[in-house]
Design a protein around this ligand. Structure first.
Ligand SMILES: Cc1cc2nc3c(=O)[nH]c(=O)nc-3n(C[C@H](O)[C@H](O)[C@H](O)COP(=O)(O)OP(=O)(O)OC[C@H]3O[C@@H](n4cnc5c(N)ncnc54)[C@H](O)[C@@H]3O)c2cc1C
Length: 412
């Protein structure tokens, strides 16, 4: 690979790597973004369905939209923003979940979060499940919520880390797809696709970055690949960086997968309303009816249920959803739905999951993961964010932070 000129290599072309490269490129640094997939965006991934709708198989919501940098970028690109309140902030459909039960559930969730916040103040970093009421009627659905938020049930999630997440409560969407916006933001940057980095030798004066398409020499590197891949040592550091690997192992990626289903006679349902397949267990789909008013259902599966369904292949997602829908609406519903798209993020070799959570006892791993090494190796990616982890805007911020650190290091 002809690269004598490269000063900084950025590994991983997701939201973090793109943001880092953009910042360095604008500052006049000779940089190169190296991405393993044949496309940019990583876990930001929009596909166009046969009706022309952009489906976000990865991130879709501009969480904390009132301070989300992707909002400005999307607007500059001319994308359209939908400000409909998200389904989880409105009442759910009443079928299988009458209003009195919804009221009881919301009260139980409120008390759970008060206990969780208290737990998080303790010195020891315990699992969120310690805040569940023993034998509580709503524990199943409260656990389902954790699978949607963190990709794992509360028994695996650090209460302290969860409590550090900062949510402004404003959630908007991009009609053309958030994945479309994020990948387009990197489209004109110096980059190489279809090129996997396998190792970084930082023993010499210049870094040697080994890739599947040859070696690249650079002064600095920003590593912006998912924590799951670092944890599995899919990128070899020479000399080894055991502290980084350990930190990454404390920050696994939870699993959430979306299934898009076409729906005939959709007008029967209010747009952007949610329902649960079951309200008495964690293993249930969250059904977002008519997202953007489209004739479809966006189904969310998380945690152990999502891992189980992934093991059964793409068809297992639709079969499970169909069984829950038929259970609620009757056998006739089967003829009104057909599968459109699903992406198995746990089996995707370049993510191995959806977004990071901290294991109990690992709340401080984010700081360790984000720390630079010798002013030459810098780290970015959503798992490095102290309070916006698991999101595309958190990833953006870590990328910009790492780029700023590189710029300072190059001046010294
Ligand atoms: C189903 C789902 C729903 C989500 N919903 C939302 C949401 O609504 N709102 C939100 O804000 N966030 C959401 N997220 C999370 C959000 O998508 C991620 O937090 C964010 O996109 C992560 O960006 P990143 O740059 O840290 O990592 P990634 O996007 O994973 O980028 C890392 C890149 O590194 C590449 N790579 C890996 N290994 C190598 C290697 N060896 N060499 C070179 N390249 C490599 C990968 O291919 C990838 O492109 C969701 C994610 C999923 C999966």
């Amino acid at each position: 690979m002809a690269n004598d000129d490269v000063e900084v290599v950025i590994i991983g072309g997701g939201a973090a790597g793109i943001a880092a490269t953009r910042r360095l490129h604008d500052a006049g640094t000779r940089c190169l973004l190296v991405e393993a997939r044949p496309r940019l965006g990583g876990r930001a991934f929009s596909v166009i369905d046969p009706s022309g709708f952009a489906l976000d198989l990865g991130c879709g919501w501009l969480h904390s939209a009132d301070r989300n940098p992707w909002l400005e970028i999307a607007t500059e690109q001319g994308a359209s923003i939908d400000k409909t309140p998200p389904p989880w902030m409105r009442s759910a459909l009443e079928i299988g979940f009458p209003p009195a039960e919804q009221k009881e559930f919301h009260a139980a969730v409120g008390s759970f979060f008060v206990r969780l916040e208290r737990l998080a103040q303790n010195e020891s970093d315990v699992a969120g499940s310690a805040a569940l009421e023993p034998g509580g009627r709503w524990n199943g659905l409260i656990n389902a919520m954790s699978t949607y938020i963190s990709g794992a049930e509360w028994d695996r999630v650090s209460a302290k880390d969860f409590d550090r997440y900062d949510d402004s409560g404003v959630n908007w969407r991009v009609i053309e797809g958030l994945g479309t916006v994020i990948s387009a933001y990197g489209a004109d940057l110096p980059r190489v696709l279809d090129c996997r980095v396998v190792g970084i030798d930082h023993s010499g004066k210049r870094l040697r970055i080994e890739t599947t398409r040859g070696a690249i020499a650079a002064d600095q590197v920003i590593v912006a690949i998912p924590s799951s891949l670092l944890a599995k040592e899919q990128l070899a550091f020479v000399p080894a960086l055991p502290q980084k690997i350990e930190a990454a192992q404390g920050l696994p990626l939870g699993l959430d997968d979306k299934l898009f289903v076409a729906l005939d006679g959709a007008a029967e349902f209010e747009k952007d309303i949610r329902l649960f397949g079951h309200t008495d267990r964690a293993a249930t789909g969250g059904y977002h009816m008519r997202p953007f008013g489209r004739p479809m259902i966006e189904v969310y599966f998380g945690g152990r249920l999502a891992w189980e369904l992934e093991a059964g292949g793409d068809a297992a997602f639709f079969d499970f959803a169909l069984s829950e829908l038929v259970n609620l609406f009757g056998a006739g519903f089967a003829s009104r739905v057909r599968p459109l798209q699903v992406h198995r993020w746990g089996h995707d070799p370049f993510s191995l999951g959806s977004y990071s959570f901290a294991l109990p006892g690992s709340a401080d791993c984010r700081q360790t993961l984000a720390a630079p090494v010798d002013d030459r190796l810098f780290f970015a990616g959503e798992a490095c964010s102290a309070s916006d982890f698991s999101t595309a805007h958190g990833a953006w911020q870590t990328g910009v932070n790492a780029a700023e650190q590189v710029i300072v290091a190059r001046k010294d």
